[in-house]
Design a protein around this ligand. Sequence first.
Ligand code: PRP
Ligand code: MN
Ligand code: MG
Length: 177
Amino acid sequence: MAFDFDRILIEKHIIEKRVSELGKMISSDYADEELLAICILKGSILFFADLIRYLSIPVKIDFIKASSYGKRTSTSGKVKIDDLLSNEIKGRNVLLVEDIVDSGFTIKRILDFFTEQGAFDVRVCTLLDKPDRRVADVEPDYSGFVIPDEFVVGYGMDFDQKYRNLPYIAVLKEAEK
Ligand code: PRP
Ligand code: MN
Ligand code: MG
């Protein structure tokens, strides 16, 4: 069965170039800090794995799982969080790595979680930012691309758990929703 999407929104080589730029920016901003980077599963798995390769500073990594979409193309508003952390959070410089900030509910929930755990500083790096749909009061500190209000899949992002393995970012077909 072939993948069935409307069109490619961001090609593989464009993603690679931007991820390397983000890596350089983050490496320079955290040059004198100890960084703990958090992969927000499942969506950010590919972005995270690529981004940390472009960091030229020592970095510790950890994982948290958050989901609210399920089979929908808009958020349920209920963000389910599974804490898979193994590093101490208190006093740390934390960088949350997300694939996309849409309504902002997910990243806001996780930001608050790390602040409550006593992190010294918490910043957000997202590959995609969809500001037209923002509900929660949150602004990413690092953003790869600002995208229009379309449902995107690929490069970690899913619809009903499919499409995550595409090496590019595509727009889902209307009929699929
Ligand atoms: C998606 C995406 C972000 C979040 C963004 O995760 O990966 O984490 O939604 O949407 P929001 O800004 O409206 O909260 P999803 O809930 O689909 O879980 P997944 O990462 O396991 O696919
Ligand atoms: Mn996610
Ligand atoms: Mg999802």
